[in-house]
Design a protein around this ligand. Structure first.
Ligand SMILES: Cc1cc2nc3c(=O)[nH]c(=O)nc-3n(C[C@H](O)[C@H](O)[C@H](O)COP(=O)(O)OP(=O)(O)OC[C@H]3O[C@@H](n4cnc5c(N)ncnc54)[C@H](O)[C@@H]3O)c2cc1C
Length: 428
């Protein structure tokens, strides 16, 4: 099952290991403290440091240790609810504005990576979103037909009879292709952002957890085990790793484990048969699978949710392997070289949220689709911290909901995963 050199860590760290940045001593005061050095925090830091603000980014672990170097590297339009669902809750204008942000995030991510020259294997490969039963295929077709003018990138249906041209399996009932969706190497993207933030003048310190935030007359007192400093503004950029530092956010974030494996290197002809177009892939199951070829097309990176509660990567690896072999039976004997997990941040309305409370800013809740969106909203919240009007987003104007008695421990998750797994297994 596992290769001899199997590792319980992201495949991405092989080509781009995390760097430790513990040497810098803490300043006494700064303009801006950013808590969390993932895509959100670093994109915000690039804006604020370029805007002339003394910016300090702190991470409890190595910079990038969170989801930003663990993800699948799929870049999509990121917003989960449909136009109709959003319209029902928020009205047509807000629904349009929210979905438009999804399109903006995809476009911005590509433009930013290209214009900044970030070397991260960014490629517009298109996404194949596969139907796991025939009624889902019909549903996808209706959604493609009813796209709102001006929203969503191109999309076209691929029937089951033509599916092999997209993906070497008969396990699906056709699907939809989004040709503008892209893939990248998550850890290389993260390293590129880290370098850009430092070039702009931001200071980054790793292994420096923020343990307390208290309000001062002007700004905040920020406490770490190694010292205390003053900051005029603070950004909480902790997403799926949001903890007791900010209980208000913790009560609004549902951390969910997502699990990934990398296969051992496969023969080029196998890759060409199974993933002929280099697409990223997702499917219509409620307990979703997402996968793609590695950037060098040597192996398949396969992710999903594996169990009712959280488990460890040694236990999740075989479960994901079983699902992978269900889709591609010829991979039954292929070994796993890497298995890892990370936390995504869901919210009660399955939308991301950005906001401010008197100098305390936040951007989080990307619901498993933050490769484009976390960077885009990090950039936007950075602009907001500079007082720029163009930083405003549709996500600033939504109520960030919680539920009575919810404190950040999603006890309701196991029953709901069980329910959705059951639905998926009987194909509804
Ligand atoms: C396995 C997996 C697969 C995914 N696949 C995809 C995908 O294919 N496409 C997609 O669009 N999205 C995907 N995502 C989601 C995406 O990776 C995230 O939405 C995005 O990386 C969030 O970035 P972030 O900077 O907000 O948070 P993170 O990168 O998670 O960073 C948060 C950081 O905050 C730090 N922190 C927490 N508390 C403190 C504290 N008190 N003091 C200091 N630091 C603190 C943590 O150490 C952590 O490093 C995936 C996520 C996972 C886990």
């Amino acid at each position: 099952m596992f290769t001899k050199d199997f590792k319980e860590q992201p495949y991405w760290w092989e080509q781009m290991p995390l760097t430790t940045m513990d040497d810098t001593s803490l300043p006494d005061n700064v303009d801006i403290v950013i808590v969390g050095a993932g895509y959100t925090g670093l994109n915000a830091a690039i804006q604020t440091a370029r805007g002339g603000r003394k910016t300090l980014v702190l991470d409890a672990e190595n910079a990038g240790w969170g989801a930003s170097t663990r993800n699948g590297g799929q870049v999509s339009t990121s917003v989960k609810p449909s136009y109709d669902e959003l319209k029902k809750k928020h009205g047509p204008e807000v629904a349009y504005a929210i979905l438009n942000e999804g399109c903006n995030s995809l476009q911005w991510t590509e433009e930013f990576i290209r214009s900044e020259g970030i070397d991260c294997n960014f490629k517009v490969v298109g996404r194949f979103h596969a139907a796991h039963n025939s009624s889902q295929y019909v549903k996808l077709g209706k959604a493609v037909d009813r796209r709102i003018s001006g929203l969503e990138t191109e999309a076209y249906m691929v029937p089951r009879a033509e599916q092999q041209a997209e993906l070497g399996t008969d396990g699906y009932f056709g699907g939809v292709v989004f040709p503008k969706h892209a893939s990248l190497h998550p850890a290389r993207y993260h390293r590129g952002l880290l370098n850009k933030a430092m070039d702009a003048g931001a200071t980054i310190i790793s292994h420096c957890p923020v343990t307390d935030l208290s309000r001062e007359k002007e700004g905040f007192l920020v406490k770490m085990p190694t010292g205390i400093l003053k900051a005029r503004q603070v950004l909480i950029a902790t997403n799926g790793y949001t903890g007791g530092l900010t209980p208000w956010h913790q009560r609004r974030i549902i951390p969910i484990g997502s699990y990934v494996i990398a296969t051992e290197a496969l023969a080029p002809e196998v890759m060409d048969r199974l993933m002929p177009k280099d697409r990223t892939v997702s499917d219509t199951r409620k307990v979703v699978y997402y996968y793609r070829p590695s950037p060098d097309r040597s192996r398949i990176i396969f992710g999903g949710r594996v169990s009712l509660g959280e488990t460890n990567p040694r236990a999740s690896g075989p479960l994901l392997h079983h699902s992978l072999s269900g889709i591609f039976p010829e991979l039954t004997d292929v070994k796993i070289s890497h298995s890892w997990m990370g936390f995504v941040a869901f919210t009660f309305d399955t939308l991301m949220h950005v906001g401010e409370d008197d100098g305390l800013f936040y951007s989080m809740g990307y619901c498993g689709s933050g490769v484009g969106m976390a960077g885009y909203l990090g950039m936007k919240v950075g602009q907001q911290m500079l007082g720029k009007k163009e930083g405003d987003t549709a996500f600033n104007h939504l109520k960030f909901q919680t539920r009575p008695l919810y404190k950040g421990n999603p006890w309701f998750l196991s029953p709901s995963v069980m329910y959705y797994k059951m639905r998926d297994s009987i194909n509804i």
